[in-house]
Design a protein around this ligand. Structure first.
Ligand SMILES: Nc1ncnc2c1ncn2[C@@H]1O[C@H](COP(=O)(O)OP(=O)(O)OP(=O)(O)O)[C@@H](O)[C@H]1O
Ligand code: SF4
Ligand SMILES: [Mg+2]
Length: 329
């Protein structure tokens, strides 16, 4: 019998309360990740990628509202309806996220070692194991080694501000590894880093997930890295999945007008500078466009696009697109 996906998100809606009204961000998103699979999410800033990840881990901010849908874990448990306590246990046991902004993950007033030991301590307590100070220290140092920090002992005794951006990001990865036994979500793990360092960090993540046999969700604006590192990719535009296929297929044969524009706009691998960008911008989520949310920016938009939301349909084997251009009448 086939194993159920590690995570299967079904028809997720999420809004945010703001002083202007409710932002209707996620608009019925479904996706899945199998055990051991590596998937990518791409799309412009503000498309809802981080919101989606926070939804499945149930760590949305307090102003999130109208949260609906299912997040089926291993084919049986709906993470949207388990108790807070159970959710915490599941997160600690195996689901982990490297956040977009490394500085917010680190507390500036504590040494790296102390912070890491704390996380390990509570994570093990959750499993009923009480580690001694010495054991905590050993585990922390092992993790700092695993993320290839050159002098783990020195890093252990440093405050975050004493480290370079790249080193800080390795520390953040080490922290995520404390509970990464099933899934690692890497949410733009290389923003704000130099290009050469970006490459090293992505390679490190790749090595770790291979060694630990983790499933991984990589969110990145570095499209080349997503193509190389993942098996499947989802394209998220304004809270809708607009296309998904195997990463090779998606990047070599993009079908949705948005995906095409996105790939076209990406900095070319030749290093010829930034592409031309996609005209227009992500819509206002308080009053999102009717029908296909991309229609105000789409050169192919018709009356139907303005009225009806296109369904995600399988255009070729494993290649799904949500666009009226691909729906046979
Ligand atoms: N707590 C919040 N309150 C109000 N709006 C929010 C909140 N968090 C996110 N948003 C808004 O929700 C939309 C989706 O944001 P999200 O961070 O999920 O996008 P993203 O795809 O991760 O973008 P990026 O590539 O910039 O990380 C954006 O318009 C963002 O400003
Ligand atoms: S459904 Fe219509 S507006 Fe949306 S991407 Fe396709 S052609 Fe463009
Ligand atoms: Mg984000």
């Amino acid at each position: 019998m086939e194993r159920p996906p590690l995570i299967e998100a079904k028809d997720i809606y999420v809004g945010y309360k703001t002083y202007r009204g409710i932002m209707k961000v996620l608009n019925g998103v479904s996706f899945h990740i199998n055990e051991g699979e590596k998937i990518g999410f791409i799309g412009e800033a503000g498309g809802g990628k981080t919101t989606l990840m926070k939804t499945i881990l149930r760590i949305l901010p307090p102003n999130a509202t109208n949260v609906r849908g299912k997040v089926i874990y291993r084919g049986k448990l709906d993470l949207m309806s388990v108790s807070e306590k159970e959710m915490k246990r599941i997160r600690r046991r195996g689901l982990s996220m490297i956040f977009q902004d490394p500085t917010s993950a680190l507390n500036p007033v504590f040494k790296v070692g102390e912070q890491l030991m704390d996380i390990i301590k509570y994570s093990r307590l959750e499993e009923g194991i009480k580690l001694s100070k010495k054991e905590l220290r050993e585990e922390a140092l092992k993790l700092l080694e695993e993320v290839k920090l050159p002098d783990p002992q020195r890093v252990f005794d440093s405050y975050p501000f004493q480290l370079s951006g790249g080193m800080r990001q390795r520390v953040v990865i080490a922290m995520a590894l404390v509970s990464a036994r099933e899934l690692l979500i890497a949410d733009e793990p290389t923003t704000n880093l130099d290009v050469t360092i970006q490459d090293q960090i992505l390679r490190l993540i790749n090595e770790i997930v291979e060694r630990r046999r983790l499933s991984v969700i990589l969110i990145s604006h570095a499209l080349g890295a997503v193509r190389k590192m993942t098996n499947r990719t989802y394209v998220l535009y304004a809270g809708d999945i607009v296309e998904t296929a195997s990463s090779d297929e998606l990047f070599s044969n993009p079908l949705h007008p948005y995906t095409r524009a996105l790939i076209e706009a990406a900095p070319k691998l030749t290093g010829e500078g930034i592409g031309k960008g996609i005209p227009g911008r992500i819509p206002d989520y308080v009053n999102p466009p009717s029908g296909c949310r991309f229609h105000p920016r789409c050169e192919y938009a018709t009356e139907r696009c303005r009225k009806e939301k296109p369904p995600l349909v399988e255009v070729r084997k494993g290649h799904w697109v949500a666009c009226w251009l691909y729906v046979k009448r």
